[in-house]
Design a protein around this ligand. Structure first.
Ligand SMILES: Nc1nc2c([nH]c(=O)n2[C@H]2C[C@H](O)[C@@H](COP(=O)(O)OP(=O)(O)OP(=O)(O)O)O2)c(=O)[nH]1
Length: 136
């Protein structure tokens, strides 16, 4: 008998670009992947589109507003606790947006795109960085 794999959890993330830097956020203690760096975002709620989820999560986590420049392909990643389907969006802050603040993360950094493949990046984000590199 073959078991059907569990349905992946849909997660959106924002690659927010400002000049040649990208915003990275450090996951807080007590959460899965604590201490690793990720692109801000989160789980898509039932009935929500990925784009709506992105705007909601960014307002909750960072208090900022973005314009979506490009939607990437969805990337599947299997963690020991389950599978996620990650929808990346290349974005920029809107001209009226407040500066992003870490409401839920330990720290935020604007890092150069060439530095994103760091060893402490969330593993599911590696293909997102490759997608970004291929866009350039
Ligand atoms: N937001 C975000 N989540 C990511 C990224 N890469 C990655 O593996 N994830 C994972 C971490 C979480 O398991 C899940 C997103 O969940 P979340 O951020 O909404 O909430 P959470 O930490 O409470 O999730 P969890 O511990 O319950 O899994 O996707 C990323 O770049 N951004």
């Amino acid at each position: 008998m073959t078991l059907s794999p569990a349905m992946p959890v849909d997660v959106v993330c924002a690659v927010i670009r400002r000049q040649d830097r990208i915003l990275l956020a450090q996951r807080p203690p007590g959460k899965r992947l604590a201490g690793l760096w990720e692109f801000p975002g989160g789980k898509v709620d039932p009935g929500e589109t990925p784009a709506l989820a992105l705007h909601r999560e960014l307002m909750e986590e960072l208090g900022c507003e973005v314009r979506i420049l490009q939607a990437g392909p969805a990337f599947l990643h299997e963690y020991p606790w389950g599978c996620i389907r990650l929808f990346p969006f290349l974005c920029e802050l809107t001209s009226e947006s407040p500066e992003p603040q870490a409401h839920e993360h330990t720290e935020l950094i604007w890092d150069f795109q060439k530095n994103l493949l760091r060893p402490d990046l969330a593993p599911a984000d590696v293909p997102v960085v490759r997608w970004l590199t291929d866009l350039a």
